[in-house]
Structures are given as C-alpha cells and as structure tokens.
Design a protein around this ligand. Structure first.
Ligand code: WTA
Length: 685
C-alpha cells in the first residue's frame, strides 16, 4: 500500500483549522484523589508489577494475557503478524466464537444469573431480567431464524437499526454465533443515514424494531426502515428482507405498514424456531465481528471493521481491569449500544465476564433527573459508566437528586469528551458519594477499547486528565513537524500510539487506502518498513502530557465535532445542507456549549438573487435532521451574504468559529472580503 505524506499545505490546513483544539479549555492542573481503600481491597488489578511486565520490550507477548481470558477452540499460533503493515493481525491461527464466550461458557455456573436488565423508559413498565439461560435460548432461536429464514452465513453483513432494548444484544450475539458481521446503526440516526450504511456494507438484511420510547413518547421507528430501503435502492443496492422486532411482543406498535414479502415480524417468525439450537461457528480470530460506522474528515462515514479474537480479548481485559467488573457486579453503562462504547462496554466486555449489564431505553433526565439513581438503587448497580454530557445535564437539572437515593457505586467511568474538573468533582462527591473510584477513559471507535485511563486501584485520579496509557498501550505526542515531544513536556501536540494493540480496527470497510492514509501516513517513519515501531497510530486528537505522565485530551485536530460525546463530521453536516437547492455554500463550526460540550453552528450562503428567510433556515435545519439525525441539528443556521474567504477562495472556518464563540477573529485584513466579517457578526447570535 503506497503511503503518501500529506503535503505541507494540507498539513497546515489540518492544524490551521483545528477549530476544536484552538477553543479547547485549558484547565489548570488539579490535585490528586486516592482510590478508596475499600475499592482497592476488592479490585481485580492491584499488582503494580503489571506496569513493568507490560513494557515495550515485552511486546507483543504481554497481550497473550488478554487472550487468555477467553475460551478458544484452537489456540493461536502467532500472537502478532506484522507482515503487511499497518494491517496488523492478532492471535493468528486461533479459532473462536464471540457468542459462546459471552453466553454458553457461563451456563454451568451462572445459568440463573441476570445477564441483561432491560429497563424500559416508562416507569410503569416492569424491568425485564434476562438470565444467561434465557439469553442462550433467545440467541439460539434468533440465530436459527437468521440462518434458515434469511440464509445468512459467516462473512455476510446484516445492518441493525435498533433502539436500546434487550433484543439488540440478542441480535448482535445471534449474528456473532453465525459469524455474520453486524453493523448496528444508532437508532437516533435517520432512515437516510441507515440506508447509506446498508448499501456501503452491502447488507441484504435490515433488522429493526417497530417503535421505542424516548422522552415520554412512543416513536415510530419502522418508518425509518422504509426510507433506508429506498435510499439503499438509490445506490443500486437491494435489501431482501427487513426483520421487525415488536417493542411490545404480540402487538405491532407502528403506524407504518409492513411491506408484503419484504418485511417480517420477528416475534411471529420466532414461533417456528422454538427450542432450536445453533452450533456456534468456529471462526478464525481475525474474522470480522462487526462494523461500526463513524465520522471522519470526509462527508462519507467510514465502517470501522473489528475482529473477533483481538477485539474480544481487548474489551474483556479492560472490562475486568479498568472497569473492575466481577461476575457478581451489576454494571450500568448509560451509553447507547449504537456507539462503540455500547458495543464494547455494555455488550461484549461485561457479558464475556458474566456480569449483569443494564440496558436502559430512555433519556436519563426523563421524567426527572432522579431517574438514573432510582434505577441504580432498585437494581443494586455498583459500577456506573456515562459521559460528561449526561453528567452535566443531570447536575444542572438535579444537583441534589443523587443524595435522595441509596445507590452505592464502587466505580464510575466517564468517556467521550474532556470532563471539566468542576463537573468531575460533582460526579465524585455527589453521584459517587465520595466512595467511588473514577476512571476517565480516552479512546475512539477505531480503537475497540480504552487507550488512556488510570488503573483504578493503582493510580491516583486527577480531575480533567485521562491518565497514562493503559497497561500495554504506549502513547507518544508528536508536533506538527513530526518531532516527538519530550515525555511530560506539558506542550500540546498530536497524540499517537507507538505500538499496535489487539482491540484496534483492522481496516476501513472497502477502503484500506483510507485506513493507511488517515491513521498512519502522517507519522510513518518508513513506508517500506515491516517493523511496527515505524508505524505509530495517529488518533486525531490534540493532547498534553504532564510531568506525572498523565495525558489531558484537548479535542479533535480534524474536521470532527464532538457533540454531546457523539462524533459528527463537519463535512457530513455541510453536505446535508447542500441538499437544499437554495444553498450554494455551507460551513460548519463547533460552538462551546455548557451541557453538550460542543454544538454545530451552520453558516450558509444562498444562490444569487435569493433572499434570506426564516423559512429557508428552517428547511436547511430540517434537511440536516433527515439526512443525518436529530443529534446533528445545528444550534443556528446563519444565512450570510458571503463566506469569509482567503484570496485563493478557501472558506475561513476559523473566522466563523471565532464569531460563533464570541472570540476575536484576529486579523482579517488578508481576506479577499474582510468587510463581510462585521456583517456576519451582526447575523450570528
Ligand atoms: C473524544 C468514543 C476527552 C476524542 C469512545 C476522541 C475524549 C473521540 C475522551 C472519539 C475522553 C473520547 N476525554 N476526549 N475521556 N474519550 N474522547 O469514536 O476526541 O465516538 O477522538 O469514541 O471522542 O469518539 P468516538
């Protein structure tokens, strides 16, 4: 694979447009908090020797400890194959099945234990406790249906567009049992976004649900499936079947009709498969387990392909040692399974360890900000995992709510965005009642599992800092010229990982070239080298490392905005705006938001002669929602007479970002049209 170094101009653009890093908050260094003694006394990982044992001179052998947590049909012959950089292959020659590791192997000891607590949003609806035995039965029956009714087999893809219900992990595990590659699309994404992912992954089957509850309403979800089918058809891709789960079994809850011969109600079909058992397929360790689409620098989302063996080993080890999950724990990660956090840390990691994992359907602040603490109290949740956005919202709406309930957390996680020290301290003192250890975990869809975090019983916590690389992960910060910053320099640069790790994605689906260019080209020391040391992984985040070795993540260095912990490409939103015929140019910039971290502002210019109106602005906003989903809805659509541009015609997003964030846009005299800046200032809020 040819590696081309990005041209200097492109590199400058990459750092000149670091809108997020530029406006990143630079918190001061905070003091340390020690892990509570009670936590340390019961923790899975307390041996400090691990830090030495997982040093680079013992790479890649130390990762065998990760794989040893799993059951293998056949042990691997080679821990790491580096013959085709940077397409690293882990545990080569091994044979494994992810489903049996998450289900079958627990039956002997934990048959009657709850695997999944499904908490419906309406409090009037009872919580469902799915035992490991029941999970086994339901996964097998659904796997039989996928195999015999849909004809799916190992290597085929199935797109899932499912809400947060027990049937989602059941569907994923049924796919995993057969070796079918699942591609779950976040339920909040539009039918159009789902359709794009169906055609990119060439899925013949779409699995969805009729409806689900969100903020007190039963939403029609099936309507999105019809849009997805039509959208995929536009790309020339035909879906054979749409399988529709019923939110209320036995009752169809959507006003949208089922298409004869194409749409099938799972709950009806399942009657035929009662009692069926499916022999799990003994798959190669490097066979793909799933695709997870995520936003990047171009308009098209990319399908990150994750393996079975390496991925499962990585999420299981990190769930055990960073999340400190024991089989007797009740663990609740409040993320959505439609994102990587949910795949790794609601489904695969916790279930591989025979924990009880909570799947919550609804909005945390609905009907009030006490809801999560009521759930935690009722289920005896002792490990809690969420995002800074959720913590900020719960703090704002119910600062004293946690004190009203008797939940007791031993461990809490934050993930997805930088967390402000003040918010961290509320989480620690009020939610955790000062008794819980906190880990701030930094990682990405591409990575499979945590990259930086403290080891909860070994390292002290420091609010606002993710911590060092987890055992086995060796980060490094490079400057824009490709020079390594000294360890602990306190200077900002681009964070990279020196070594490969088993949880990493294997490639971008159908786009290996982009995989190489985007993550490895910039800091590759020698494109011809077969030595992994020459191929640092570039994460795309700005970071600083303090003297104590802890990393503080500053934010994205590319055109990705982190809205409420969800990744959105500015280009994706811009292309959605351009679907509206009146629009000729669009530019999206991130704006700091007290709850969501960042929100998008959308600047557009219209065809000559057209006048700005509230109606057009609304139409543009609606287009973004229907192309991508409500999470991408712009804070405001600002129709400008012209975009601020350089003399070569490039839109100066930096100037727009400054205006939106009420900052000084700096010297604009070199622009081709400096006079437009004041006009735009008047238009933007
Ligand atoms: C950001 C989510 C600061 C970061 C698991 C990264 C964070 C992007 C943290 C990936 C954290 C994630 N502190 N920033 N603890 N965790 N990020 O792919 O910018 O949805 O690149 O994966 O979120 O988002 P993604």
């Amino acid at each position: 694979m040819a590696v081309t170094k990005p041209r200097r101009e492109a590199r400058e653009q990459q750092s000149a447009e670091v809108s997020e890093a530029q406006i990143a908050v630079h918190w001061q260094e905070e003091g340390y908090y020690s892990p509570p003694k009670k936590f340390v006394a019961q923790a899975n990982l307390t041996d400090k020797g691990i830090l030495k044992r997982f040093s680079l001179d013992r790479f890649p052998r130390y990762f065998e400890e990760f794989a040893a947590l799993l059951d293998w049909y056949k042990k691997w012959d080679k821990t790491l194959d580096t013959s085709k950089p940077p397409f690293w292959r882990w545990f080569v020659g091994g044979r494994i099945n992810a489903c049996t590791n998450c289900v079958d192997r627990h039956l002997a000891k934990h048959r009657n234990k709850t695997a999944i607590h499904f908490v419906p949003e309406p409090e009037s609806e009872a919580i469902q406790h799915v035992t490991y035995q029941e999970l086994f039965v339901r996964v097998n029956e659904f796997a039989a249906l996928l195999r015999d009714f849909c004809g799916l087999k190992a290597g085929d893809r199935a797109t899932l567009h499912m809400p947060m219900v027990a049937e989602l992990p059941i569907t994923m595990l049924a796919c995993a049992r057969l070796g079918v590659i699942h591609s779950q699309v976040f339920s909040g994404f539009s039918g159009k976004a789902c359709g794009d992912r169906v055609s990119d992954s060439e899925s013949r089957v779409l699995i969805t649900m009729d409806a689900y509850y969100r903020a007190g309403k039963l939403l029609d979800h099936k309507e999105k499936a019809d849009i997805a089918v039509a959208d995929a058809a536009k790309d020339g891709h035909k879906l054979d079947k749409v399988l529709v789960w019923q939110r209320h079994p036995g009752r169809y809850s959507s006003p949208t009709k089922l298409a004869e011969g194409r749409d099938f109600t799972v709950n009806d079909l399942l009657a035929k498969y009662r009692g069926k058992r499916v022999e799990p397929v003994r798959l190669p360790a490097e066979a793909p387990l799933f695709l997870m689409y995520t936003s990047g620098t171009t308009g098209r989302p990319k399908g990150c392909q994750h393996s079975i063996g390496g991925y499962l080993a990585y999420v299981t080890w990190t769930s055990k040692n960073i999340q400190d999950i024991h089989p007797e724990d009740v663990y609740w990660c409040m993320a959505d399974i439609g994102w990587i956090t949910g795949h790794s840390y609601i489904v695969y990691g916790p279930l591989a360890l025979a924990a009880s994992s909570v799947v919550f359907e609804g909005v945390p602040t609905h009907p009030d900000a006490g809801r999560p603490w009521r759930i935690a109290e009722e289920l005896g949740v002792n490990i809690f995992h969420t995002s800074p956005t959720a913590i900020r919202a719960l703090r704002k709406e119910g600062p004293d709510e946690p004190s009203k309930y008797n939940h007791r957390f031993k461990h809490m996680t934050t993930v997805g965005e930088p967390i402000e020290p003040a918010v961290w301290k509320w989480y620690h003192k009020v939610v955790g009642k000062g008794e819980a250890v906190i880990v701030d975990t930094w990682w990405q869809t591409e990575n499979g599992g945590f990259l930086c975090s403290t080891v909860p019983a070994i390292h002290k916590m420091k609010p606002g800092s993710a911590g060092p690389g987890i055992p086995g992960i060796h980060p490094v910060i490079y400057d824009d010229d490709g020079k390594e910053l000294r360890a602990g320099s306190g200077k900002a640069g681009n964070i990279c990982i020196r070594n490969p790790w088993p949880g990493s994605f294997q490639t971008i689906w159908k786009d290996p070239n982009r995989f190489v260019q985007q993550y490895y080209a910039r800091y590759c020391k020698n494109p011809k080298s077969k030595d992994w040391r020459d191929w640092p992984y570039m994460a795309g985040d700005g970071a600083v490392q303090a003297k104590d070795g802890y990393y503080r993540i500053l934010g994205r260095i590319d055109d990705v905005i982190n809205v409420a912990g969800h990744r959105l490409g500015t280009k994706e939103i811009e292309s959605a705006a351009l679907v509206v015929p009146e629009v000729v140019e669009a530019a999206v910039v991130p704006v700091a938001d007290p709850i969501k971290g960042k929100v998008p502002d959308l600047y557009v210019s219209l065809k000559t002669g057209l006048k700005a109106s509230e109606e057009i602005a609304k139409k543009i906003s609606a287009a973004v929602v229907s192309e991508i989903g409500a999470i991408a809805r712009p804070r405001q659509v600002i129709i400008v007479p012209d975009m601020p541009k350089t003399r070569s015609g490039k839109i100066m997003r930096r100037v727009l970002a400054a205006i939106s964030n009420h900052q000084d846009p700096g010297d604009v005299s070199t622009l081709a049209n400096p006079e437009v800046v004041d006009k735009i200032k008047e238009l933007a809020r």
